[in-house]
Design a protein around this ligand. Structure first.
Ligand SMILES: *Cc1c(COP(=O)(O)O)cnc(C)c1O
Length: 399
């Protein structure tokens, strides 16, 4: 996945354009810029990439999720349904707005289980946040239908799935608002950065203003602009956007390499009867940033990860005991360990997490192995890696 593996002259040149004119900010200073508008250019590039009407660059993927929720009017006391398997950013972004994260089970897609979403809806539910984890996706038709039926805002975190598609549409562009991260380990990196995408003009205008202190961006005198509503600062800098602009032009190349490496490993692993690949919904094409598969049980999965580590197969994980991606180890969340007071509504919701039955999620995460697909491997390296993985998995299954 990581775009930083393939870094070069294009990225350097793009950053130098910004350094040469000295305008590190994305707004204003029109005269000094010598025509360089890196954030704006990146936004229009991403409009094509995602075939979407509007793109708002922001400072991180976490900011993108907060800005998306705020733009759609999600705030204090609103419940947002999210999955048990994601990155901590999901609940951080929700709680920053005073909204309440409601965690629900995943299914064999490793993303939101539509039945679990439906069961979690209350009169306070305002939005559903699907997280397209590890390069693949949820059953988007089922989730869209639930959101339509209950009049809920549908948010799509596609931070880990850039380049994947569902029924011909880029992931991130299917729900009401999509979120991307361009942090250092994502397929495309800005160093730090993120984007909100949408076809809804009102949400876009909200995102544009909200992410820049409420600035309306009308006219060319920043100081004279008005503030129709309260905002915050989630701006991306021109330096970061410059890196992303060079990187995004290479996205087709990155995705081609990713798919090639993924296919080699997947074909090899399919020799093993006990290996079952993650379910991909009908009409879905994975981004191939990760290869995910299930083993018969948690014990085998742990054994395989241990053996992989001892034999130099890096960048593969079982998330059951992971601190950052799965609910089991989110003690700080379950115990509401906040530096500042939280509302009682949020504390009560978090308090329930310790006693909620997430055995369906455990069933999938416990048996799952997730392998990062790197861009820098040579074909010979991928072949050798795939063969070694097969040998090691077979040894674990037979021991
Ligand atoms: C990386 C990531 C984020 C957060 O992105 P940052 O840019 O690091 O803030 C959010 N959601 C998912 C699924 C991610 O993988």
């Amino acid at each position: 996945m990581p775009g930083f593996e393939l870094f070069g002259d294009a990225e350097r040149q793009s950053v130098n354009d910004v350094l040469d004119n000295g305008v590190l900010m994305r707004y204003g200073f029109d005269g000094m810029r010598k025509g360089h508008w890196k954030a704006k250019e990146l936004e229009s590039e991403l409009q094509h990439t995602f075939n979407t009407n509007y793109v708002q660059m922001v400072s991180s993927g976490t900011a993108a999720v907060s800005v998306a929720l705020a733009s759609a009017g999600v705030g204090a006391g609103d419940e947002v349904i999210m999955p048990t398997f994601t990155f901590v950013a999901s609940f951080e972004a929700i709680m920053m707005l005073g909204a309440i994260p409601v965690l629900v089970d995943i299914d064999d897609t490793l993303t939101l289980c539509p039945k679990a979403v439906e069961a979690a809806i209350t009169s306070k539910t305002k939005a559903v946040m699907v997280v397209q984890m590890c390069g693949s996706m949820a059953n988007m038709d089922a989730l869209s239908a639930i959101c339509d039926a209950h009049n809920l805002i549908f948010i799509e975190d596609a931070c880990q799935a850039i380049g994947g598609t569902y029924k011909g549409k880029p992931l991130g562009s299917i729900a009401d608002l999509g979120c991307f991260s361009f942090d250092f380990v994502k397929t495309i990196t800005c160093g730090e950065g993120g984007a909100v995408i949408t076809n809804n003009e009102a949400y876009y205008i909200n995102a544009d203003h909200y992410s820049d202190h409420g600035h309306d961006h009308i006219g060319n005198d920043r100081g004279a602009e008005t503030h129709p509503f309260l905002g915050y600062n989630f701006r991306i800098s021109e330096l970061h956007a410059a890196v992303g602009l060079a990187q995004v032009k290479r996205l087709p190349e990155f995705l081609r390499i990713q798919r090639q490496n993924f296919d080699i490993i997947r074909n090899k692993l399919s020799e093993i009867n006990e290996v079952e690949f993650r379910a991909v919904p009908e009409g879905g094409i994975e981004s191939c940033a990760f290869l995910n598969f299930f083993l018969p049980d948690l014990e085998t999965a742990r054994k395989v990860i241990d053996t992989f580590g001892k034999h130099g197969i890096d960048a593969c994980w079982n998330y059951y005991d992971n601190n950052w991606h799965y609910i089991r180890k989110w003690h700080h969340l379950k115990e509401a360990k906040s530096l500042y007071p939280l509302t009682n509504e949020i504390k009560n919701a978090l308090d329930k997490l310790s006693n909620t039955d997430f055995s369906q999620s455990d069933h999938y995460i416990g048996r799952n192995i997730s392998c990062l697909i790197k861009l820098s491997w040579t074909e010979a390296e991928v072949e050798a890696r795939a063969s070694k993985m097969v040998t090691l998995i077979k040894e674990c299954l037979n021991s």
